[in-house]
Design a protein around this ligand. Sequence first.
Ligand code: C2E
Ligand code: MG
Ligand code: MG
Ligand code: MG
Length: 294
Amino acid sequence: QAKNHGRNRVQVYSDQLESPTADKLVLENDLYKALERDELRLHFQPQFDCASGQIIGAEALLRWEHDGKLVPPMDFIPFAEETGLIVPMGEWVLRESCRKAQAWHLRTGWPLRIAVNLSAVQLEHTDIANTVARVLTETGLPPTMLELEITETVVVRESLRAADILTQLRSLGVSIAIDDFGVGYSSFGYLRELPVDRFKLDRSFLMAVPQSEGDCRLAAALIAMAHRLNVGIVAEGVENEEQLAFLKDHGCDEAQGYHLGRPMKEDAFEAMLVEHSRLHAGALKPITRMVNHA
Ligand code: C2E
Ligand code: MG
Ligand code: MG
Ligand code: MG
């Protein structure tokens, strides 16, 4: 009888092991050790100035190398946020990104702006301005070469405190980009109050450009709105030449996407930057910060 029970239980258990839920548990358990095991990796995706075609920045994108596979952020960041693991991980991302950017700057002389994604948890539960200041000092990266990306939904949800934190961050000299811009459409009021340098137009707005007339008008209107607010705009998810032509025609400042450059390992990114800076050395543009209402 007891044996039967046992066998049944084993059966149930092994069924669960094959389900995604059990895989997820294994992943979550291993995530606690990812940092100490040195399993976090950064990929870098170039951002281009639309008018000149020059590389203007790079977004650092987190990966987790687990059992020889690269786990995408969407498969572990939500759990890292629930458990607070995102705090040490996010600080690792920030430090590594600044360290790399500073090394690349010294090697190439190219004024690359490094963009780092911040989680809502880092904004709400840590003294992020203090962390950023410390990391900048440690790595020697000039503050103007760091951009922090914060998703629009976070900024809208926490509007009052967010304005405060963004002001602190900006006073360090770093710039702020609103990520996934346009998705958290619930409030336009925040746009006139927040000290931000750039909007990152969510890629959903570009997906049907130029085929859909309505989407073209909307994308053009969002670009124009950014400019009326004296905020820069970078389009995400540029996947083909037609979209890039559309963005240039409508005066979009910057573009990022598979068509221009995929996220790549640091060695590949560095090689590309070395080549790019050699080719464009004469036409170098300094980093400019947008001057917003603040
Ligand atoms: P995000 O910040 O909006 O990053 C853009 C995502 O779009 C990246 O996905 C990038 O690989 C992908 N992408 C870039 N160009 C194209 C394109 O042309 N077409 C398509 N379909 N996709 C494109 P990824 O690397 O999987 O990152 C997903 C999200 O995970 C990021 O969205 C960001 O919210 C989050 N994330 C990544 N790294 C970090 C990090 O270090 N910290 C935090 N808190 N979040 C991160
Ligand atoms: Mg981002
Ligand atoms: Mg984005
Ligand atoms: Mg996004």
